[in-house]
Design a protein around this ligand. Structure first.
Ligand SMILES: C[S@@+](CC[C@H](N)C(=O)[O-])C[C@H]1O[C@@H](n2cnc3c(N)ncnc32)[C@H](O)[C@@H]1O
Length: 273
């Protein structure tokens, strides 16, 4: 693991960042040392500076004692931003070409297995469910969403989204799969039957070989160290069947696709050889 020098430390000042990360990992299992240090440390230190504590180790003690503060800090570090139909151009490609091709070449006819890796509060998995219903109305689709943040997993299971979450959603498709209740969009039963959500750490997961036709891992690895990100892309590729696809965020890339048996197909789509 490459260690980036600490911008906030002066000569002779003890490095409390690593001990803080280890204390935080003991508290909730999230290993912040695997994330890009520069940006993560700046996020953490600027947050902690607004608290009345003695440095990061004082803050670690506060997190241990105060569940509400731990929740606020989790919001700060896990960065759960998502939305329905995020990057609509990607969903267009999935609906028009990728999903139909996956259905044609699936190992079990009429059955697709999909994984939303880093699913946050479920917007991506429900969008995939709605898009799959349109593209492949007769195909059985199973979508697993996993996220490290248990609070997001609970929200994802509920399947309730704000108006802002739906700002880029196509109006007719949204209305046919979600219902508006008390000012929020609620996923309908047809979508809910397709999705399941579990808590899981992508840095620990060893998914089985060839378990999925489609893996979405978007806007999640940008916070990981490069070697951690590349190793994860390798494990995600391993989980795809031959001809399966890995979809990354609109501005993301797999660093060495061939090393993982992946062929670039579109800037954000990789095909497993
Ligand atoms: C910015 S959201 C992306 C959500 C969705 N994929 C999208 O593109 O809209 C990133 C998610 O990754 C999750 N995450 C961060 N580190 C993780 C890890 N080690 N394992 C699993 N999920 C993680 C965060 O909790 C957060 O919900």
């Amino acid at each position: 693991m490459s260690a980036t020098p600490t911008p906030a430390l002066g000569r002779g000042v003890a490095d409390d960042y690593e001990p803080f990360c280890r204390a935080f990992r003991r508290l909730c299992g999230i290993d912040l040392l695997q994330y890009k240090r520069g940006q993560m440390e700046r996020r953490i230190r600027s947050f902690v500076a607004t608290r009345d504590v003695d440095g990061l180790l004082g803050y670690a003690a506060l997190l241990k004692a105060d569940q509400a503060e731990l929740e606020r800090f989790l919001d700060r570090v896990t960065i759960n931003v998502s939305q329905l139909w995020r990057n609509p151009e990607q969903w267009e490609v999935l609906e028009q070409t990728i999903l139909p091709d996956l259905a044609r070449t699936a190992a079990s006819p009429h059955r697709l297995r999909c994984w939303s890796a880093g699913s946050s509060y479920g917007a991506e998995a429900y969008t995939l469910a709605a898009v799959a219903r349109r593209a492949l109305p007769r195909t059985q689709v199973a979508i697993l969403g996993t996220d490290i943040d248990a609070r997001m997993v609970r929200r994802a299971r509920a399947g309730v989204f704000t108006l802002d979450d739906a700002r880029d959603a196509p109006t007719a498709t949204l209305a046919s799969h979600f219902s508006m209740v008390d000012g929020a969009w609620h996923a309908g039963d047809e979508l809910k039957r397709l999705v399941t959500f579990e808590q899981g750490d992508l840095l620990q997961v060893q998914p089985p070989r060839a378990a999925y036709d489609l893996v979405l891992c978007r806007n999640t690895v940008i916070y990981f160290n490069e070697d951690v990100r590349d190793a994860l892309h390798g494990r995600l590729a391993h989980s795809l069947r031959s001809g399966g696809r890995l979809v990354v965020g609109a501005t993301e890339r797999v660093a060495a696709p061939a090393a993982h048996g992946l062929e670039p197909e579109l800037p954000f789509v990789y095909r497993k050889s």
